[in-house]
Design a protein around this ligand. Structure first.
Ligand SMILES: Nc1ncnc2c1ncn2[C@@H]1O[C@H](COP(=O)(O)OP(=O)(O)OP(=O)(O)O)[C@@H](O)[C@H]1O
Length: 289
């Protein structure tokens, strides 16, 4: 399945947009995203939460980085800071060498809930960011067609979200995420609710799309196998306040077959190492008081 999907994706001529031209001009060795001594504290009336503590991390253009760690260790908070939805309490979060202030227009955000509008068709949902960006009707239609084909939804343009499967909804959400051509994809457990087979199909789709479009991806997951199999680099966090306990360079080849990988000794070794790192951490998983 991976091969035919990849073949389909590779056959689509990619329209180079100004955004892609800009990102291709980036120095690939300098960080696209950097966290310098970043801490985040939430002051609530009844308590103070140190979500992240003294974090240093640099993410290069085109890298696929997964973030994994116990619940409440601040993974989503990090994505929110890159998106400009939250400010660090101390330290600096930079994007393209500039501190993030306000909403970061160069990133797209995808969460576990797909947030498709039930009263719009699949094409209509993918159209939303293009309409917000005031893209003309003709260009919009061409872009939607390109995206529909890219994620394998041809024939379902006119269907409503309630009329398609969970996997197709995810594909539609992925197409909508890509519609405005963000340079970086921030993904917060996007496939968390899918069954194992669908999850594998979507993971394959995402890796194909990333390879095709050269996106940078920062991907939060609780699934340790997913954290290894998708990553160029897997960043492992301690329990709250989150600090980095391990960075795993997976060294896995691009264009890998994710199904075959699950039984590959190099993958099993990496996955086992991650389980061993996180097992003591899992004992201190955040619990409601
Ligand atoms: N807006 C907020 N106000 C107050 N506390 C917050 C807020 N956002 C996050 N927190 C707290 O900060 C800590 C880190 O939360 P965050 O959602 O970033 O963790 P996470 O690692 O993504 O967790 P999970 O894996 O469960 O999604 C948690 O203790 C959480 O309760």
């Amino acid at each position: 399945m991976a091969a035919s999907k990849s073949g389909r994706l590779m056959s689509i001529p990619l329209k180079i947009t100004p955004e892609e031209s800009a990102s291709s001009s980036l120095d690939r060795s300098s960080p696209l995203i950097s966290f310098e001594d970043v801490s985040k504290v939430f002051n609530l009336r009844e308590a103070t939460f140190h979500a992240v503590n003294g974090l240093n991390l640099a993410i290069r253009p085109g890298e696929f980085v997964t973030l994994v760690g116990p619940s409440g260790c601040g993974k989503s908070t990090l994505l929110n800071m890159v998106a400009g939805l939250m400010k660090p309490t101390s330290g600096i979060v930079s994007y393209r060498g500039v501190p993030v202030v306000g909403i970061n227009q160069r990133v797209g955000y995808m969460t576990q809930a797909d947030h498709l509008l039930p009263w719009r068709t699949i094409a209509g949902n993918i159209s939303v960011p293009l309409e917000i960006s005031r893209i003309g009707k003709g260009a919009r239609r061409a872009r939607i067609e390109e995206l529909i084909e890219l994620v394998g939804l041809t024939g379902f343009e006119a269907s409503y979200p309630t009329q398609v499967s969970g996997g197709m909804r995810k594909r539609a959400a992925l197409a909508r995420l890509l519609a405005s051509d963000p340079e970086t994809l921030l993904m917060d457990e996007p496939f968390g609710a899918l069954d194992a087979q669908l999850r594998l199909a979507m993971q394959t789709e995402l890796l194909n799309v990333q390879a095709r479009l050269g996106k940078t991806v920062v991907f939060v997951t609780h699934d340790l196998d997913e954290a290894i199999s998708l990553a160029d680099r897997c960043v492992v966090f301690s329990s709250r306040p989150g600090r980095i306990v391990q960075v795993i360079e997976t060294g896995l080849p691009r264009g890998r077959d994710l199904l075959a990988l699950r039984f590959d000794p190099s993958f099993l070794k990496l996955a086992r190492g991650l389980w061993e790192t996180l097992t003591p951490e899992l004992k201190s998983v955040e619990r409601p008081t």
